[in-house]
Design a protein around this ligand. Sequence first.
Ligand code: GLV
Ligand code: MN
Ligand code: MN
Length: 413
Amino acid sequence: MDFKGLRVNGKRLQDSVEEMAEIGATPNGGMQRLALSEEDKRARDLFVRWLKALNLEIIIDDMGNIFGNRPGRAPGLSPIMSGSHMDSQPKGGRFDGVLGVMGALEVLRTLCEHDIETERSVTIVNWTNEEGSRFAPAMVGSGVWTGALDRDWAYDRTDINGRRFEDELIRISYQGSAPARKWPVHVYYEYHIEQGPILESQGKTIGAPKGILCLHWYDVYVEGEANQVGPTPMAGRHDALCASAEMILKVNELPQRMGGNMVATVGEIQNYPNSRNIIPDKVHFTVDIRSWDDGHARKAWDMVRSDFEEIAARRGCSIKIEETWRVEHSPFDVKLVQRILEIAEELGYESLHTVSGAGHDASYMSRVCPTAMIFVPSIGGRSHVEVEDTAWEDCEAGANVLLHAVLQSANEE
Ligand code: GLV
Ligand code: MN
Ligand code: MN
């Protein structure tokens, strides 16, 4: 059968993204749907209803990952998998992750409405806790499923209020019975917004990243001594917040000092007891270092770590450091990336070979099966913010590329 003229329904895709965006909508047009929250539960319930309407075989595993499978003609062949995540940042946008899940759903709806049979099965997935902002680290659902992370370790992660991951999974009724354990997958495609400025600035509609930067996460705990701010002289203070402030600037200066291609960020901080008239005695902050070159990122960490120790000693504070999470850089399958670029050209979309600075479940998936991603432009290069936006016609374009990539892969040997 010739599928050349086949296209997704852009309006239906838009409607689905917009309906999902109502669950956890923030007043400024964004999204707050933290992993395993009430909003996450409601989004999952709606998603499962939509999977049922397509008569898909639904599997929910013990990490809460949700799969919907559309059987192919050859049950012995491994499936094509595509999806992303529906959890969000605390003040995130309506597209990060959701577009990839709704895009894969739109592809399945298109196949169903045209009665298109494929040789291989096509499986849609919603991965649990991609963001890692409520429960660190990120990409935990795919991490456990692919065998990179231990399930019980993931279960014991806690949020800032001390709530356990597993307890929250049970509370929202999404601890399924199937073990979160990988099965053979022929190809994994993840469709996503770019979350950066490159596609827009170059006037391109489709991005095909060669892979994802490494992600190194650390948690730093600085301890000093609390005291009354008025009577306590400046000399001899052990101010944990001042020590942390110096450390944070060292992180910010790191990429420039190191040279090469890397970014380094402190995004989260807790200061105790957080009172204007008490010298802070405890601070926790996070460090995120990313680069295509894992060794470079590690060297950067070694350098900043010794800065931290020097600053802590000079300010009379103690320091405790946890190496929370490391994911090596993830090169995608060269042939699949090429395929994305070719499909974009066939469909008349301008495309760009790029790289992903954002982390995605595709990172872990690339370790177990050939993987590629499809990017569409983020307006103003903004993401993880409420104003995150992508033109609907670009959303449709990306879904069309996904449709044809899935069709090709689902009908090959
Ligand atoms: C995931 O959203 C990340 O890039 O941190
Ligand atoms: Mn995402
Ligand atoms: Mn994100």
